[in-house]
Design a protein around this ligand. Structure first.
Ligand SMILES: C[S@@+](CC[C@H](N)C(=O)[O-])C[C@H]1O[C@@H](n2cnc3c(N)ncnc32)[C@H](O)[C@@H]1O
Length: 203
């Protein structure tokens, strides 16, 4: 069984951004999923793409602990988890121009107008995230909330570092996707329209 310490990416006592070569011991491409929840999407990607390295970021300690156990059971050596708030961790510990991909599936919707400021996909977040991507790397977002996607598209389209690849919904695109998250499967089975967007960092 994999040691927990091999999965936990500890940033306490870390003064600067990670060096992925040091973290993973090689120069393989690194992708991040933010808010991995029950970890199904992250584990599917990591199991399917052993040539890549994956990092999951999650604020919930409960999901973080569960994620560690699931990764141990799946015996995956190419995934590590970070416990904390995504914008803070990206800005402080993830090197600029270092990620081969970024995935955000069904971020907390904060549907009430007065709570909209709490949504993850702010223009500030998009700027910090885009800086972390390598040129030509993708930023992929999925949500079940049309209003969330509309605001996110304003932030994503307004970012000078990114270009749009597509924005679509589950009635237009081929479903299910190659990998799916727990929320996605639940919403899809319930017949909800789901919204997807992929942007790419300009060269
Ligand atoms: C609605 S759930 C979706 C979980 C999973 N992605 C899925 O699709 O099944 C949103 C997740 O994002 C996490 N989260 C919310 N805000 C976050 C933040 N700022 N940084 C990291 N994770 C966050 C929550 O703890 C929760 O697990």
């Amino acid at each position: 069984m994999l040691d927990e310490a091999a999965i936990e990416l500890n940033y306490h006592n870390h003064e600067s951004a990670f060096d992925w070569q040091q973290v993973f011991g090689d120069a393989a491409p690194v992708e991040i999923e933010i808010g991995f929840g029950k970890c199904g999407f992250l584990i599917s990607m990591a199991a399917d793409q052993p040539d890549k390295r994956f990092v999951g970021i999650e604020t919930s300690r409960k999901y973080y602990r569960k994620g560690i156990r699931k990764i141990q059971r799946a015996d995956l050596t190419n995934v590590k988890l970070l416990l904390g708030e995504a914008l803070h961790l990206l800005g402080r510990y993830i090197p600029e121009n270092s990620l081969a991909g970024l995935h955000i599936n069904f971020p907390d919707p904060w549907p009430k107008k007065r709570h909209a400021k709490r949504r993850l996909l702010s223009p500030e977040f998009v700027e910090v995230a885009a800086q972390r991507l390598l040129p030509a790397a993708n930023f992929a977002l999925a949500t079940d909330m049309e209003a969330y996607m509309i605001d996110a598209l304003i932030a994503l389209r307004g970012n000078a570092q990114l270009e749009e690849i597509f924005a679509t919904n589950s009635r237009e695109c081929e479903m299910p996707r190659r990998y799916s998250s727990e929320y996605e499967r639940e919403f899809f089975s319930a017949g909800k329209t789901l919204y997807y967007a992929t942007f790419r960092k300009k060269p």
